[in-house]
Structure formats: C-alpha cells, structure tokens
Design a protein around this ligand. Structure first.
Ligand code: SF4
Length: 576
C-alpha cells in the first residue's frame, strides 16, 4: 500500500492529520530506489503517519496544501538528481527529458527545487512546523559550493531555502532520531548527519574558512573543501562549522554506517514497486521500467573518482545487505505479474565492492593520507569477489528469473588484484550477466588527466581487456561474441584538445573502437573535480591547471573522440 498523497486516502486511513509530509521533485514511485519512498517507509514503520506530495505545482499553493499541515515536520527533497543537473546538459542547454516525471517530459521539476518547494510551503503555511531538507541536492549543497549554472560560489542551501534543518547523506537512521526529537519537543542539534544554523560557533566544531573567505580566495576554498571532505568519515569525522555573515552553518559528523541487519530491515519494507495511481494518471515514468525490477545490494564507494560525489553523499565505507535478504527480494519480484524474467540491475554504486571492506577503515576510519584504489589498490583491502559471485550464481537460479544484469560499472583494477576469485567472477559476468557487452569506465588514457580524475592508469585497462578478450576467444565464456563498451569524459579539468587527440589514437589503436559513450564533464556540486574547475588549481599539489571553460571548445573536445571533426585534422591525428 502506498503512503497517502490525497486527502481522500487520508480519510480512508482514518487520519485527520499527518505527522510528516514528504515533498519531492520526482513523481511518487514506491520503490527502494526512490529516496522519498524509502524514508517514508522507514518513518511509517516507526509508527509515524506519513504522506507524500510529489512534484507540486510551484506557481500555486493549492497542490502543496492538499494534505493540510503536518504535526511534526515537512521533509523536502529535489528528487533523485540535483535539479540543475536534471534540467540542463553539460553545456547548460535545457534537457527535454526527465525519467522521473510522467511521460518523460521535463516540465515539472523547477530549477533549485529544494528552495522553490520550501518557499512554497512557507507561502501556504505561515509559521509552520520545521522544514527539513534532504536528498542529493541538499546534501551536496550543505556548505559553500561552486554552482556551475551561475558560475558563483553559493552558500549553504539551508540558508538560501530558509529551511530549519538539513539531513545529509543516506538519512534513514538520522531521520528517525530527528522525528523522535521533534515529537518529544527536544533539540535535534546533536543528531549525526544534521546541518543547522547557529548564531554562535559551537565550542567543539572545526572552523572552515568562511563563505566570504572562500569567495575571495581560491586557497581558502580549497582548504574549506578539504576539511569538509576529511570530516565525511563516519568513524573519524568531526563537527564542522562555516561562517555565513552573522550565522554559522554547523555540520554534524555523518551518520554511523548501517549494519547488514539494519540494511536488511530497510529493504524489507513492503514496496509496491509501482507509481502511485494519482501520478500514474498523469503519465508513466520511464525510470520505473528498469528500477522496478532492479535490486540494491550495497551503498557507498571507495573508488573516489574525483568527479563523483558519492564519497561525500553515501560515504567511502561500503555497507551491504545479506545474501539472504537480496535473494528474498528477487523471489518476491519474480512473482510480480509483469515480471518477464529480467533483473535489470543487481549491484550498488560499484558492482564489485559488494560484501567486504577494509577492517582498518571499519575500526579506525578511512585513511586521510591515501586512497583505497589509486594509484594502486591498497594491500590492506582484501579484495574478494566471492560474495558477489555467490550472489549472482544464486540469483540467476531463482525460479522465473531468466537473466540478471549488472547495470553499474565494475572496477577492473580490483578484479585484477583478486587472485582468489577475480577470474571466476569475470567468467560469471561474461557468461551470464551481460548482454553481449560489458561496460567499463576508463574515462581517459592520459596519465595527467587520469591522475586529476583519481582513476587508475591505462595499463590496468589494457591488462583487463586482454583477459576479457582471451576469455571470450578461448570459449571460456559460452557467449559467441562479447564486447567492452568504454565510457570517457571530455573537458575534465586538466584535459586539453591534445589530450583528446591522444585518447582518440589510444582508442583506435589499442582498444580498436570509435568511442560512442563520451560525456562532457559537468562540474556538479561538491566534488574534487568541481573544485579544480572553479579554482583552476590541482587541490592536491597547489599547481595551476588548464581548465576548458568555453562551451564551444568543450564540444570540440568531445567531437574529436566521436570523429565528427576528423576532416579538420586530416592525416595529422595529433593535430599539431
Ligand atoms: S588502509 Fe587502505 S583500504 Fe583501508 S582505508 Fe586506508 S587506504 Fe583504504
């Protein structure tokens, strides 16, 4: 059963008022892939009366008012993606499509949805109960951040939205503590994962350079982001605070990682995996086609690609569900009437991080002075593909399941560093879990650019490709033909036209492909790469770096790889 989204549904439940109303920039899909649905279910299980308003009309208060005012708090999220990322391309052109909006038409999610929805609530209800922000947009804009769309450093979205509190990261634990605090009339300000504004600097907080300072000085901005990043670890993270004029934005340490049992409990909620009929009447959402028959195995990623924000949102510590819980969910899916036998994804942010972690990280926190996978996978991390291998083997044998895919990427450098089960894992994937092509994301070949991206060197890609080709050729895989599909990024900070020409040569001579999956780098909030873009500095060395900011030149970098401007370079592929 869905959470109520109309007054009529509240009446049917015999509820005259809700405790909590969740507002989202996505249509309402009751799926574990929807943050609002997940948080709503967690709160509902704890006994709270929760309702949902999805994609409210931003120009009229009628929509936002239709469930009345909640007794405890409002929860506001822009949805599964930052609204600016969702609404504009890397060249700032409006996007026509939105997979989380009915009929796929991008006409319902306002720019800066977190701010727009909070203002809408305040317009409809003066002096209402607390407004709590959450979701990826709020999470990644919790302190000062570079905003690509205005080319400015903005302050915390908490103040811009005039909201009361913000929960960052995966808030399923913190939101229960928050709800309990509000219900009991207590201050929530000690809750992990919470951001709030204060008139004074708390005694125990690490002070970040102020908003004024980071706006005026690149080095201050780099220092603020570095301190912010270092304190995202659930074991060692401290409370931080950043001055915004007369107030302080206080960021509490992150929520503790969830145990396997806690993860199992969250994903055992009775999700219908359907779009709510109220919204389905407006049109189907495209995202449901795949997430309906997909299963989350774990959260978090220690890959730390510099252009990715997972480390500051979900964290560097991987948390996973038990095999039993995951297989049970697949069994439930296999009984759904529309299920045709395909599980579209069985993974987490990086598929082959399931089921093991660095013991040092779990007990003492992630290292601040080194990374888990670059420049080489850390020897303290005992890479073990057996848990995911076992899961995949069992999942594909469930009655009614024909195929189990892995839609997320795999880290091939990890696979090469697992002498115990790396080969068996690759064979299992090739034989049963890809449809002719396996996606990998080398992103570039230039050592300089790869280092700035935080990605492994091209040597591991070549080694992996040899292994993959051999497996296919030797009949080690039952598939007649298997391909690798490569994902690349153009115009990442540090990347020049010459680097793209080099990549083009590498792709054609070593990989024997014309890459089709190439995207232009988007400086999304709160990543190391975005910091490089804004400051034109390598934050790890302090050296100046070239950053392509001209949209025409960015497109040209991409076109080099797609051969669109081949005629311009003729027989001189180096373009010199
Ligand atoms: S010891 Fe190695 S694997 Fe563990 S947290 Fe540190 S860098 Fe990562």
């Amino acid at each position: 059963m869905f959470l109520p989204t109309t007054k009529q549904e509240m009446d049917q439940l015999g509820w005259d008022q809700l405790d909590i109303i969740l507002v989202s920039g996505d249509s309402y899909i009751d799926s574990p892939y929807s943050g609002i649905a997940l948080i709503g279910r967690v709160l509902q299980k704890a006994g709270y009366r929760v309702g949902v308003i999805a994609q409210p009309d931003p120009n009229d208060t009628k929509d936002i008012s239709r469930l009345g005012e909640p007794a405890l708090f409002w929860g506001v999220s822009a949805g599964a993606v930052d609204s600016l990322v969702s609404n504009y391309t890397a060249l700032k052109k409006p996007r026509k499509q939105d997979d989380f909006t009915p009929n796929g038409i991008n006409n319902r999610r306002p720019d800066r949805a977190t701010i727009v929805y909070t203002n809408l609530i305040r317009r409809a209800f003066k002096n209402t109960c607390p407004i709590l922000l959450g979701g990826i947009e709020a999470s990644l804009r919790r302190i000062s951040h570079y905003d690509f769309w205005t080319n400015k450093i903005r302050g915390s979205v908490l103040l811009d939205a005039k909201a009361d509190y913000l929960l960052y990261g995966m808030a399923d634990k913190s939101v229960l503590q928050f709800a309990a605090a509000i219900k009991n009339g207590e201050s929530p300000e000690s809750i992990r994962g919470l951001v709030f504004a204060s008139k004074t600097l708390p005694l125990n907080a690490i002070e970040l350079p102020s908003l004024d300072a980071v706006r005026a000085d690149s080095n201050a901005f780099i220092k603020a982001f570095t301190l912010f990043y270092q304190n995202c670890d659930p074991v060692t993270g401290q409370r931080t605070a950043q001055r915004h004029d007369e107030r302080w934005i206080v960021v509490n340490p992150p929520a503790r990682t969830l145990s396997t049992m806690e993860m199992d409990e969250i994903y055992a909620q009775p999700f219908t995996r359907e779009q709510h009929p109220y919204y389905e009447a407006q049109g189907k959402v495209k995202a449901l086609e795949t997430i309906r028959f997909s299963v989350v195995t774990h959260r978090g990623c220690y890959g730390e690609c510099n252009f990715c924000a997972i480390a500051v949102h979900e964290g560097r510590t991987v948390q996973w569900r038990s095999e039993r819980s995951i297989l049970h969910e697949i069994q439930q899916i296999s009984k759904l009437p529309d299920f045709k036998g395909n599980i579209y994804d069985l993974s987490g942010p990086t598929a082959n991080m399931y089921g093991f972690e660095c013991q040092k990280k779990l007990s003492s926190g992630a290292c601040r002075d080194k990374r888990c996978l670059t420049p080489q996978p850390c020897l303290t991390l005992r890479i073990d593909h057996q848990p995911h291998l076992s899961l995949l083997e069992k999942a594909r044998k469930i009655e009614g399941v024909k195929k189990v895919f892995i839609a997320s990427g795999i880290r091939y450098d990890m696979l090469l560093r697992d002498p115990g089960s790396g080969n068996a894992y690759l064979k299992e994937i090739c034989d049963h879990h890809v449809s002719g092509q396996l996606k990998v994301a080398p992103e570039h070949d230039s050592p300089k650019v790869l280092q700035l991206m935080g990605k492994p060197g091209k040597e591991s890609l070549i080694q992996f490709k040899e292994k993959f080709d051999q497996l296919s050729k030797n009949g080690g895989s039952s598939k007649p033909k298997q391909f690798l599909t490569y994902y690349f990024i153009a115009a990442h900070p540090g990347c020049t036209r010459k680097d793209m020409l080099g990549l083009k040569t590498f792709a054609s001579t070593k990989l024997h492909v014309t890459p089709e999956q190439t995207q232009i780098f988007t400086p999304t909030p709160s990543t190391w790469s975005t910091l490089m873009y804004a400051t034109e500095t390598d934050p790890f060395t302090g050296e100046h770096i070239f950053v392509e900011k001209d949209p025409v030149q960015k497109q040209k970098q991409k076109d080099i790889l797609l051969e669109k401007d081949k005629h311009k370079y003729g027989k001189n592929p180096a373009g010199l």
